[in-house]
Ligand binder design. Structure first.
Ligand code: NI
Length: 209
């Protein structure tokens, strides 16, 4: 056999092996996802009844680095915890940028992977679970008027997609809906609820091991 023919045969068999290789993706995997997330509250966040009058709230969007850690109990079932650096939101009161808050919205979901354990390169998933949001550093630009936002517990839902690159890495995109309603105090007095009920969209990479 000519050396050149042998080289071509080896190259071809390597290529065929690579293209038919099945990436393990399923039971027993730990996984991490890392990306940038945009936290977008719904457009109308409720009205607050305060000593300053009725204030219509509009909480603005923010983006931050986010990451998720998870485990696959079976090929098709997993659990994932989403965490992030703090999101920092301006809050419009009657259309004026008069307040702000930071928050952390960790979210735990139980996930279903319909194609887990198969050789599909495109691996979608859905999840349902619970969100806990902790607000901090609430401020207003109105002299002497404080803002206080209580912690929130609520339901969460999730859709995601991994596009497998190799046995470890994937491109990832995911979207969450979170039910986040917080009791607000303005100037120390109960003022009603602020409903964020956001969509969180994250794009980045997945690594499983
Ligand atoms: Ni809500």
């Amino acid at each position: 056999m000519h050396k050149r023919t042998l080289t071509i045969l080896i190259a071809t068999s390597v290529a065929v092996t690579a293209s038919t290789q099945v990436f393990a993706y399923g039971a027993g995997d730990f996984f991490a996802r890392l990306g940038v997330a945009k936290f977008a509250p719904k457009s109308d966040n409720g009205s607050l009844d305060t000593a300053l009058g009725v204030l219509e709230t509009d909480v603005q969007d923010d983006s931050a680095f986010a990451f998720a850690l998870g485990y696959r109990f079976t090929d098709k079932l997993g659990v994932e915890l989403l965490a992030s650096e703090p999101f920092d939101h301006d809050i419009e009161l009657n259309d004026a940028n008069l307040a702000s808050t930071e928050h952390l919205p960790p979210t735990l979901t139980l996930q279903y992977y319909p194609l887990g354990g198969t050789d599909a390169y495109v691996q979608p998933y859905v999840g349902v679970g619970v969100n806990y949001t902790r607000f901090s550093d609430e401020k207003t630009k109105v002299d002497g008027v404080s803002l206080e936002l209580d912690d929130s517990w609520g339901a969460a839902g999730q859709l995601g997609l991994d596009l497998l690159i190799d046995d470890r890495w994937a491109l990832n995109g995911a979207v969450w809906y979170m039910d986040i309603d917080t009791d607000a105090k303005v100037g120390g007095a109960d003022a009603g609820k602020v409903e964020l009920d956001p969509i969180l969209v994250m794009g980045g990479i997945s690594y499983h091991f």
